[in-house]
Ligand binder design. Structure first.
Ligand code: CS2
Ligand code: MN
Length: 362
C-alpha cells in the first residue's frame, strides 16, 4: 500500500504541504483542481502546475479525487455526450501528467451527506455525524444552506454552491431516474471512457455512496457487495475499479467490509482505499471517530489485515478525522487527526507484516 493524504490546494487548505511531508510514511497527496466547474476540461497546464507544486514539496501526485461527473451524464440527457468528451480529454491530460488513479462518484445531486459537521464528543473533539431521523424531516434545500453555513468558510468537496443553486430543477429531472436507469447511465459512461483509460493507463476508482442508501427519493447504487459486483462487470476491465471507502460502505451494517476487501481485492479491482472508523448510535445513525478500533464500531485490524492478505499495492489515505487540539480546518479534513490515522494504519500494517514474515500467523 502507498500512503497518501488528501489536499485541497494552496489557496483552499489550512494544511500545508510541508506539514503533510512531515507525517511518517507519507508518499504523496491526493489532489484536484477545485476551481474548474464540473463538466469542463482540466487543462494540462493547470494539472502540471498542481503537480509541480506538490513535487516541489517532495511529494507525489498520482491520485486525483475527484473528477466529478456532470449531472447530465448521471441523468442520461442528450447533452451527456459532450460532457463525456470533456471527461475523456481530462483523463488524457491527467495521464500526460503521470496520474495513475481517478477517484469519482456517481451519486445523484448530493455527494457525501451528514446532518452535523461539528458534533462534540465527550473529549471535546468535533466530528461529522449522521442522524437518519433528522434527514427524513429536513428539506434538501435547507440542508444545502446549513452545510454552507457550518463549514467554517471552507468549500466542501462535492457541495459546490454554483451547482447546488439549480437544486430544485435538478431534483425534478431525477423523478424519471430509478436505480435501473442510473445503472444504465453508468454503463454508458463507463463504456465510453474505459477504453480510453486502458489506452492511457489511468485507472478509474468509483467512490461508494455515502451513506449507501437512497436519500430524498434519489436513487443510490454504489452501496453493497452485490451492486459493486454488478458495477465491475458493467465493463469487465481492471481499469473499471473501486475506491474502497470503509466509512461509506460500513455505514450500512449489512456490509461486511473485510469480506468486500478480500473479494474485490483478489479480483484486482481496488485501486484506492479510504480508511476511517465510525460509531453507530442506532441502525442508521452514526458519528465519525478517531481511526482506533476501540473508539468506533469497526475492527480496523481486520480491515487492514484484509488489505494485507490480498497483497494490496494501491493507494490509501486516512479519511475524515476529528477536529482536535484547537485546529480550525475544513470539517473532516484537519491535519492532526488524519496524521494520527495515517500513523495508526502504518502501525497496523507493520505489525501484520512482521507477524506474517515470522510465521506467527498463517
Ligand atoms: C469524500 C468524498 O469527503 C468525502 O467524504 O470521500 O467527497 C469523495 O471525495 C467523493 O465522493 C469522490 O468523488
Ligand atoms: Mn471516502
Amino acid at each position: 500500500m502507498k500512503m497518501t493524504f488528501r489536499w485541497f490546494g494552496e489557496k483552499d487548505d489550512s494544511v500545508k504541504l510541508w506539514q503533510i511531508k512531515q507525517i511518517p510514511g507519507m508518499t504523496g497527496v491526493v489532489g484536484a483542481l477545485f476551481d474548474i466547474p464540473v463538466g469542463e476540461v482540466w487543462s494540462l497546464e493547470k494539472i502540471n502546475q498542481l503537480k509541480t507544486t506538490v513535487n516541489n514539496a517532495g511529494l507525489e501526485l498520482e491520485v486525483i479525487e475527484s473528477v466529478n461527473v456532470h449531472e447530465d451524464i448521471k441523468l442520461g440527457l442528450p447533452t451527456r455526450d459532450m460532457y463525456i468528451e470533456n471527461y475523456i480529454k481530462t483523463i488524457k491530460n491527467l495521464s500526460k501528467a503521470g496520474i495513475k488513479v481517478i477517484c469519482y462518484n456517481f451519486m445523484p445531486v448530493f455527494d457525501w451527506l451528514r446532518t452535523d459537521l461539528a458534533k462534540k464528543l465527550e473529549d471535546g473533539s468535533e466530528v461529522l455525524s449522521y442522524d437518519d431521523s433528522t434527514i427524513s424531516k429536513v428539506d434538501p434545500i435547507k440542508l444545502v444552506e446549513d452545510m454552507e453555513e457550518n463549514s467554517h468558510g471552507f468549500s466542501l468537496p462535492g457541495w459546490e454552491s454554483y451547482r447546488l443553486k439549480e437544486l430544485k430543477d435538478t431534483l425534478e429531472k431525477y423523478k424519471s431516474v430509478d436505480e435501473e436507469k442510473l445503472f444504465d447511465n453508468l454503463k454508458y459512461f463507463l463504456e465510453s471512457i474505459i477504453p480510453v483509460c486502458e489506452e492511457v493507463d489511468v485507472k478509474m476508482a468509483i467512490h461508494p455512496d455515502d451513506p449507501p442508501w437512497n436519500l430524498f427519493g434519489l436513487p443510490r447504487i454504489v452501496t453493497s457487495k452485490s451492486n459493486l459486483e454488478r458495477l465491475v462487470s458493467l465493463v469487465d476491465s481492471p481499469y473499471n475499479g473501486l475506491t474502497l471507502c470503509t466509512g461509506s460502505l460500513g455505514s450500512n451494517q449489512k456490509n461486511n467490509i473485510p469480506d468486500m476487501i478480500r473479494y474485490f481485492g483478489k479480483m484486482g479491482r481496488i485501486h484506492f482505499a479510504h480508511i476511517r472508523n465510525i460509531k453507530f448510535v442506532s441502525q442508521r445513525t452514526f458519528h465519525e471517530t478517531s481511526h482506533l478500533s476501540s473508539d468506533g464500531s469497526f475492527d480496523m485490524y481486520e480491515i487492514i489485515k484484509a488489505f494485507y492478505d490480498v497483497g494490496f499495492k494501491g493507494y490509501v489515505r486516512p479519511d475524515h478525522g476529528r477536529m482536535i487540539w484547537g485546529e480550525k480546518a475544513r470539517p473532516g479534513y484537519g491535519l492532526y487527526d488524519r496524521a494520527l490515522g495515517a500513523a495508526y494504519i502504518n502501525g497496523l500494517w507493520e505489525a501484520i507484516d512482521k507477524c506474517k514474515r515470522s510465521g506467527k500467523y498463517e
